[in-house]
Every structure is written in structure tokens, then in C-alpha cells.
Design a protein around this ligand. Structure first.
Ligand code: BG6
Length: 475
């Protein structure tokens, strides 16, 4: 048995990492427009105001805003069946609380989507890849406030109505599961997801639980809304999932690893099972956290169940274990796995982890899964002839696609698509670097903002083109 002919091969992008033109055509300032560039060693800085002397990567991105036609043409040459983009909330509602959408913002996304459709590429639209207007953070306190749910739904409604008939696949949120900081002294993830720094929270456990609950509720309501607007709409939510392995067979460590891994699933349970999970409410009660769950919320959970689950997969991890303090810390907490190699940025490379997480998640919910991100961030060097021989990327992707195929063909996981992150070099989310490249297409842009932005095909471009053409029969 092979993959279905309808399998969605493609790639994923987010507005804030590619578009640039951060204040063009009526766009308002958004969360990511306030984060400077960092590096592997130096964290990105979150500024309160735009400082003219600082470099903010989202302000220029890779200029997709002007170059989308050229880029989509290249994606079509790759043979893409689908492209996941995000719609920047702050282009449509610059302050977030206007009645009427900014028509120039909508027109831009119509142009992008029309171009995709002209090339027979299925658009998959994420409605929240951290592009919340900063005004919502300042005036409404972001997701702490229930009113933000209505503002988000107002945005979703405007976009879904406008693109009705053109877009069928919607994603309500990208990786809300990382709302908790990875390490106590890091503000980055909580800020990217909510616009609020973790270190500024007085009662972080309560506030993070409330914000997460409001986002989950916003997601289930957006699912119901999408179905109401067009019954053909298929709506998913994307989670960044990481298998967490125990260090050894000591039951304490196995239990720790299980808990660590399960902590990412309560949001999916709430969105896929028709109710906010009782075990989470009990856990909150034990630690004094209160959630205000109304009768109308309960109804919303019942009618807003997900049609599919999006999985962003990059790495696996090993849970911290008893008596361990010497181990080098891995990216998402935990410790490094001695059996695995890591990327230049320390992320463990583990193709089998993808098969594991696909099976694990599918067995829990039994609804279709889409791999919405997978890829290798690496330093690419152009040789004297301008070529980029990125064999390391080919081998990463080959290993992961092979394991995905086993999950689908041998294990019968209903996985409907594989989208790479990212088909073209773009700004790294966690470091803001251009040096951390993921693409099949090289972009001539560097960490100080220099470069002529020209696009160049890497060796992996031709390799992936062949994989799609053969529907991965060669693996
Ligand atoms: C995912 C995000 O978590 O990881 C992307 O959805 C991000 O936006 C990707 O770019 C890779 O992370 P990074 O930091 O290497 O860009």
C-alpha cells in the first residue's frame, strides 16, 4: 500500500516570519513586531516601544508581501499540493477592536490565495500564528480577558466570510500549548503566544491557566463558526508535540516522562472530546487555580469539535529524572538523548519520534492528522558556484518521511498531509535569525538585515520535487 493520491504535500509559513511590510497598507503593530533579533546564544529582546536603533526581523521578513507571486511559482514547481499561510490579524483589524475590516489587508490575502488556487495549491489558513494587534494586549490584557474571545471571533468571521469558497482548511491557533515558558527565566514563548511577558505576571499559574482556557474556548467557538459559515470548512488546531522518553525503566522516571508528555494534551482533549477535561479541573483545584466555566461554554465545547489535528514535529526529548543535575538541558526542558544526534541548534533529530507521536495522537482521538510543520534549521553555505548542497536537510527529511509513511501504511494512522517548515528560508521564531535556514529555497538575506532578497534553489529543492512527483514511493 502506498500514500493516497490526494495526500497533501506542501509547506508552511507564518505571516510574521515572511511578509515584512509591517506597517504597510493600514497594518497595525502586532506582538511579533516588538521582538528584536537574537541568536542561539543571545535571547531575542522584547521591547515596549519600537526603537529605531534596533533591528526587528518581522518588519522586513523575506518580503513575501511583494514577492509572493515569485515564491508561489517556485512552490508550484516543487509540485506542492498545499501551502499553509497565516493571516495576520493586525492587517485585517489594525487595532483589533474596529467594526469594519481593513479592505487593503483582505485584498492582499485574496491576491495570495488566488495565486495559490491558480497553481492548484490548496490554501491552509492559520488564524493565529502570534499576530495579535498589540492594542488588544494593552487595552484588553490579551487572553486574560474574555472579551478577547469576541474580538478574535469577529476577526475570524470577517476572514471566513470574505474567503468563503476559496479556503476550505482552517487552523484556529498555532502551538498554544507552549504558553508555559520552557524555563522559568524565559519570557519568549508566553510573550509570543499572548503578548505578555511571563516575568510580569503576579500569579503566573492562575493567569496562564485562564489565558489558555480562553484560547481553547476561542478555538472551539471558531470551529463552530467556520462550520456555520460553510459546512465544507475543515477546521483544525495546530500543536507543537514532542514525544517525551523516560531516561530508563525506573517507574518513577517512566511516570515523569508520561506526565511531561501528557501536559500538552489537555488542550487537545478539550477541543476534540466535547468537554474541558475533568482531570485538569481537579488538578487546578488542588493548586488553588479557579476557572470560570459557564453553561454556555459547556455547549460551545460540545459543538466546536475539531475536524483534524495539526502536528508540528521537530524533535523528541527525555524527561528530567531523579538525581540528575549534570545533564545538559535540551531545548524543551528535559535532557539530551545520548542515542540521537542534534541539529546545529541542539534539537534532537528523531524520525521514529514522528511515527510514535502520530500513533499516540491518532489512537487518542481517531480523527485525521495533518503534519503541519517538520524540518531542519541549519546553516547553509553557498559554494563558489553559488550552489547549496544541503544533504543534511535531505537526510533529515528522508528519515522523517520514511517514518511517517510507516505510520500511515503499516500502522493505519489517518495522516492527510505533510507540510515542511519551511519551504523557503525565513526569520527563525525562537532566535530571529536568518542564519537558521529551513528552506528548499535560499533567500539572500542575513542577520544584520543585509542581502538582495534573491531566491536560489538548493539541492533539496530537486530532491523534494522528486519525492512529491513519486508520492514518496522511493522511500
Ligand atoms: C514552530 C513554529 O514551533 O517552530 C514556527 O510554529 C517556527 O513558527 C518553527 O518557526 C521553528 O522554530 P525556529 O525557532 O527554528 O524558527
Amino acid at each position: 500500500m502506498e500514500l493516497k493520491e490526494t495526500f497533501l504535500w506542501g509547506g508552511s509559513l507564518s505571516a510574521n516570519q515572511v511578509e515584512g511590510c509591517w506597517d504597510s497598507d493600514g497594518k497595525g503593530p502586532a506582538i511579533m513586531d516588538y521582538i528584536t533579533s537574537g541568536s542561539y546564544q543571545k535571547a531575542r529582546e522584547i521591547t515596549d516601544k519600537i526603537d529605531q536603533d534596533q533591528y526587528y526581523p518581522s518588519h522586513t521578513g523575506i518580503d513575501f508581501y511583494h514577492r509572493y507571486q515569485e515564491d508561489i511559482k517556485l512552490f508550484s514547481e516543487l509540485g506542492f499540493k498545499a501551502l499553509r499561510i497565516s493571516i495576520d490579524w493586525s492587517r485585517i483589524f489594525p487595532m483589533g477592536d474596529e467594526d469594519k475590516p481593513n479592505s487593503k489587508g483582505l485584498e492582499y490575502y485574496h491576491r495570495v490565495i488566488d495565486t495559490l488556487l491558480a497553481y492548484h495549491i490548496e490554501p491552509i489558513v492559520t488564524l493565529y500564528h502570534y499576530e495579535m494587534p498589540i492594542n488588544i494586549v494593552k487595552k484588553y490584557h490579551s487572553w486574560m480577558n474574555r472579551q478577547t474571545i469576541d474580538l478574535y471571533l469577529h476577526f475570524c468571521k470577517a476572514v471566513m466570510n470574505s474567503l468563503k469558497g476559496k479556503v476550505k482548511y482552517w487552523v484556529t491557533f498555532n502551538e498554544m500549548n507552549h504558553i508555559d515558558p520552557q524555563t522559568e527565566n524565559s519570557d519568549l514563548f508566553t510573550y509570543m503566544i499572548t503578548g505578555i511577558k511571563y516575568s510580569s505576571l503576579e500569579n503566573p499559574k492562575q493567569i496562564l491557566a485562564t489565558m489558555s482556557y480562553h484560547m481553547i474556548l476561542a478555538s472551539v467557538k471558531a470551529v463552530a463558526l467556520a462550520h456555520e459559515i460553510d459546512e465544507k470548512n475543515q477546521v483544525g488546531c495546530v500543536f507543537g508535540l514532542t514525544p517525551v522518553y523516560p531516561r530508563n525503566c525506573n517507574p518513577i522516571n517512566v511516570m515523569n516522562a508520561f506526565r511531561e508528555m501528557e501536559k500538552d494534551y489537555y488542550q487537545i482533549d478539550a477541543m476534540a472530546n466535547g468537554q474541558f477535561p475533568d482531570y485538569k479541573i481537579a488538578e487546578y483545584q488542588k493548586t488553588g487555580i479557579q476557572l470560570d466555566i459557564t453553561e454556555s461554554d459547556r455547549q460551545a465545547f460540545m459543538i466546536g469539535k475539531l475536524d483534524f489535528i495539526g502536528i508540528n514535529y521537530y524533535m523528541s526529548s527525555v524527561a528530567k529524572y531523579e538525581g540528575d543535575d549534570k545533564q545538559e538541558e535540551a531545548f524543551f526542558g528535559g535532557v539530551q538523548n545520548p542515542y540521537l544526534k542534534t541539529s546545529d541548534w541542539g534539537w534532537a533529530i528523531d524520525g521514529i519520534g514522528l511515527r510514535y507521536i502520530l500513533n499516540y495522537t491518532y489512537h487518542k482521538y481517531g480523527i485525521p492528522i495533518m503534519i503541519t510543520e517538520n524540518g531542519l534549521g541549519a546553516v547553509d553555505v553557498r559554494d563558489a558556484n553559488g550552489n547549496i548542497e544541503d544533504d543534511y536537510r535531505i537526510s533529515y527529511l528522508e528519515e522523517h518521511i520514511r517514518e511517517m509513511k510507516k505510520a500511515i501504511v503499516e500502522d493505519h494512522v489517518d495522516c492527510i498531509g505533510y507540510l515542511t517548515w519551511a519551504p523557503i528560508d525565513l526569520v527563525s521564531l525562537t532566535t530571529g535569525e536568518m542564519k537558521k535556514r529551513y528552506g528548499f529555497i535560499y533567500v539572500d538575506k542575513y542577520d544584520d538585515g543585509s542581502g538582495d532578497l534573491s531566491r536560489h534553489k538548493k539541492k533539496s529543492f530537486y530532491w523534494f520535487q522528486d519525492i512529491i512527483k513519486e508520492n514518496a514511493k522511493q522511500l
